[in-house]
Write a new protein. Structure first.
Length: 177
């Protein structure tokens, strides 16, 4: 039990650090330029397994753990962009939900050293195909982990909560089958 408490404390400290950084940009978030992105929670349900796994990837710039996400693409709907990013960044394909599961915010570090707040629409994608060859292979690390482990790895507090909420939703849906 003591180890789970320290793990929770670690998550809280990382969340507090992120929130402090985000607070420094509150004016821009509320009154300035805000960008929109789309992302996917890519998950798979193993045959004979009780729990689903989620795919996390590293960002190319900082190497921090994230979910596949990207900028809008002209002519594509948000859920289509999420599916494209899942393929390009992690080499997975599957059935993506059209309706966003939720939203999270983060600060995008731009090449000029500035930061811009981003709001990310998050879509659930049930993976049915894992490809060995994909556009960003070798540029990122990918790992299948439990939803709890994914929540511990990502930095953004809202994304942590959405990952845990996704696990509950997937488990509940599995129970209805």
């Amino acid at each position: 039990m003591a180890s789970s408490i320290s793990a929770k404390q670690k998550v809280l400290k990382r969340s507090e650090s992120f929130l402090s950084e985000l607070a420094a940009h509150a004016d821009a978030l509320l009154h300035g330029r805000v960008c929109e992105q789309y992302a996917a929670i890519c998950y798979r349900k193993g045959i004979g397994q009780d729990d689903a796994e989620v795919l996390v990837v590293t960002s190319r710039e900082s190497g921090r753990w994230v979910v596949p996400k990207g900028w809008p693409i002209k002519g594509k709907k948000p859920h289509e962009v999420a599916a494209i990013e899942a393929y390009e960044e992690a080499g997975v394909r599957g059935k993506v939900k059209k309706k966003p599961f939720g939203y999270f915010t983060y600060l995008k570090h731009l090449a000029d050293g500035s930061h811009v707040p981003c709001i990310v629409g998050l879509h659930l994608l049930e993976v049915d195909q894992i490809l060995q060859d994909f556009p960003e292979r070798g540029q990122r690390r990918t790992e299948w982990v439990s939803f709890i482990e994914a929540a511990n790895r990502v930095r953004e507090p809202e994304l942590k909560g959405l990952l845990l909420g996704a696990e509950r939703k997937i488990r509940k849906a599995k129970g209805k089958r």
